[in-house]
Design a protein. Sequence first.
Length: 317
Amino acid sequence: MVDTNAVIRDARLTANRAVTNGAGLYVAFSLAPVLISNTTFTSNTAGMNGGGAYVSLGDARVTGGRFERNRASGPENDGGLLTTQNGGGGLWVGRDLTVRDTEFISNVAETNGGGAHVRGQATLSGGQFVQNQSLGDFLAIQGYGGGGLVVAGPLSLTGTTFTGNQAAIGGGGILALGPAVLSGGLLQDNTAIASSGGGIWTSGNLTVTGTQFAGNVSGAAGGGAASGDTAFVTSGFFSDNQALFGGGLRALTVTVTSTQFISNFALSQGGGLDAFERVDVTNSLFQGNVSDGTGGGVNAFLNPVRVTGSQFLSNTA
């Protein structure tokens, strides 16, 4: 346990166990950001949160290194009510997190954030989240989520890859409780079993530039991505995603520019995308999308819908 400024470089923390938090590393308080560089956390297990590392009161900056096969074992609930504060199979941070070129691989959280759980804002550049899991009760009133990552505040992601992550409820790759801004990167083969956002689910605005969403699956809305507010997508690519509503994308309102929706599937409505209110589509392509209900390419519950300079080819409903 560390109670002051912490710097960890070129270290290996392996097969450690903790009854509560931070099996590999526990930082109780740090005036300056906790600095972790080129360090590996492997096969550590915490009885509560932060299997690999736990930073209680402070920011964390992580560069390089790897969090692999770490586990946060609980708790599943707090007095019978589920809480979004628990989890972080690889890493749990109580304030803000900055990550550059770090790998989160095959970590598990019994609650939220299989790879990492951040209570503040998160800024990610490069790196990858691969086959992390957020477990839980499928019948829970408030779900568990974020197979790869949970962020309570704003999220900024640049060139990061999320592949093969899984959440019992929402946000197979990412669960963001604030606005999310994605630039580049890839979200592929992630699964939200019982709720929205196979690739990402955010309760705030979603801004996407040049990001690819491929082969993600949601048990509810937004196979590739889901937003509880407005989605702004520029130069995106949505392919082979699946959901009940909005095979590729689901949001309250949607503005899409120079984006491709190819071969996405919705069981109910909006094979390519589904929106509750306004839809603006400019210079985009919808091809081969399928809905077993309404809107093979686009489904909009309310007007207006505006389409400019776009192609709709071989979509089916």
